[in-house]
Design a protein around this ligand. Structure first.
Ligand code: ACO
Length: 334
C-alpha cells in the first residue's frame, strides 16, 4: 500500500477530532467534505454556521452537516478559554480583555480547544502565514516535555528506489527554526527520528549533516553538529545517529565506506538532519524538483499536540493528506 493510503487507513481507526480554523475557505470546505465523507477524521469547523452552510450549498458539498461547527464570535466556552489563556500567559501579563479579543481569532480558538481537550489536532495555513499559524501553537499548546523547539520534517518519496528506505527519506528541519543551537539540533534530530518511525514507518538511521565528515574540516559550525550528534544519542539511545557527515557520505554506500568505515549510518541514512533551516529548506526543494520527488509535509514536530501548517498554495488533496497525518500524530506518535 502507498504511504498516504496507509496513513489514511490508520487515521480512520484513530477517529480523531481535527479542527480547521479557515472554514470559510473553499479548499478547506472541500477537503472537510472529503474527510467527513471518507470518515478519515471528525472535523470541527470554526466559522459562523450560516457562512459554512451557505458556502457548502454553493459548492454542492454533501457531508458538511456531519461537522461540528463553532462560531468564534459566539460560543459557550469563550469565557472559559479566555480564562485559560490568561492563566497560561500570566507571566506575559495577558489581561482577560485581551484574551477575549484574541479568542475570537480562529487560529487562537483552535489552539485553546486543543489545550482544553476539546480537539485532538489542527490544520491551518491555506489562508494564513506560517508565523500566524505557529505563534498561538507555540504560546498555548507549547512543546513536548524535554523538547524546547518546534521543527518541520518532510517525507521525501523518490522515484529512484535505491535511496533511503525503498526511495523514502525524512528531511528536517525544512520549515521552522532558522538557526538551532547544538541542543536544539539534537532535539530536532530526536523528533525527526520519531516522525520517521511513527509516520513514515521506517527504522530511522539518522545522519547529522555538515560540510565535513568526521573531522575533515575544522569550524565552529562543524563543532555544533558533532555536539548535537552526541546529545541526540544521549537523549534517545533507542535510535541510531551519526555525524558529522557530508551528504554523499551519508547516502552513497561506497563513499560512506571510504570516508567513514564502521559507521552504522554512513552510506545508508534514511533520515537527514540539516544544520540550519536554510540548508534544509533548500535541500528539500532541490530534491523535490531535480529528482522529481514527492514531498509530504511539513510535518510539524515537537509540539505537545499535533498542529500542522499548510502552504498557501495548497490543493484540496494537500489539506486532506495533512489532516490524515495530523490524525496519525494524534493517534500514536505523541
Ligand atoms: N519552537 C518553539 N517555540 C518557538 C519557536 C520554535 N521553533 N520559535 C519561536 N517560539 C516561541 C518563542 O519562544 C515565543 O514564545 P513566547 O511568546 O512565549 O515568549 C513565541 O514563539 C513567539 O516567538 P518569536 O520569536 O516572536 O517568533 P515569531 O512568531 O516571530 O517567529 C516563526 C516564529 C514565524 C516560526 C519564525 O521562526 C519563522 O519565521 N521561521 C521561518 C518560517 C519559514 O519562513 N519557513 C520557511 C517556509 S515553510 C516551507 O517552505 C515549507
Amino acid at each position: 500500500m502507498e504511504l498516504m493510503d496507509k496513513i489514511k487507513t490508520n487515521a480512520k481507526k484513530f477517529n480523531k477530532r481535527i479542527v480547521l480554523p479557515e472554514a470559510w475557505e473553499e479548499r478547506t470546505l472541500r477537503a472537510a467534505d472529503i474527510l467527513l465523507g471518507e470518515g478519515i477524521a471528525r472535523i470541527i469547523l470554526l466559522e459562523n454556521p450560516e457562512v459554512v452552510h451557505r458556502e457548502a450549498l454553493k459548492f454542492g458539498l454533501k457531508n458538511i452537516g456531519k461537522a461540528t461547527i463553532i462560531d468564534p464570535a459566539d460560543h459557550e466556552k469563550k469565557e472559559a478559554y479566555a480564562d485559560l489563556m490568561v492563566e497560561i500567559r500570566k507571566s506575559k501579563g495577558l489581561t482577560k480583555e485581551e484574551a477575549l479579543k484574541l479568542i475570537e481569532n480562529p487560529l487562537y480558538l483552535a489552539t485553546l480547544m486543543i489545550k482544553a481537550g476539546d480537539a485532538d489536532g489542527e490544520v491551518a495555513g491555506a489562508n494564513n502565514a506560517t508565523g500566524d499559524v505557529l505563534r498561538p501553537a507555540f504560546q498555548y499548546v507549547k512543546t513536548l516535555p524535554g523538547i524546547s523547539v518546534v521543527s518541520g520534517a518532510f517525507i521525501m518519496i523518490m522515484p529512484d528506489k535505491k535511496w533511503g528506505e525503498g526511495g523514502m527519506m525524512v528531511f528536517a528541519d525544512c520549515a521552522v527554526h532558522p538557526n538551532p543551537t547544538a541542543q536544539e539540533l539534537a532535539e530536532i534530530a530526536v523528533c525527526t527520528a520519531q516522525t520517521a518511525k511513527a509516520i513514515a514507518e521506517i527504522t530511522p538511521k539518522v545522519a547529522m549533516l555538515s560540510f565535513s565528515t568526521k573531522g575533515s574540516a575544522k569550524h565552529e559550525m562543524v563543532d555544533k553538529v558533532v555536539l548535537a550528534t552526541k546529545l541526540a544519542q544521549e537523549m534517545a539511545p533507542q535510535f541510531q545517529f551519526d555525524g558529522e557527515l557530508q551528504a554523499d557520505a551519508a547516502i552513497v554506500e561506497s563513499i560512506g565506506k571510504l570516508k567513514c568505515p564502521g559507521s552504522p549510518i554512513a552510506g545508508q541514512a534514511n533520515v537527514l538532519v540539516f544544520p540550519t533551516l536554510e540548508s534544509g529548506n533548500i535541500a528539500y526543494k532541490l530534491v523535490q524538483r531535480l529528482a522529481n520527488a514527492e514531498a509530504i509535509g511539513p510535518v510539524l514536530q515537537g509540539l505537545a499536540a499535533p498542529i500542522n501548517d499548510l502552504s498557501r498554495g495548497c490543493s484540496v488533496s494537500d489539506i486532506v493528506n495533512l489532516v490524515a497525518i495530523t490524525a496519525n500524530q494524534a493517534g500514536g506518535s505523541y
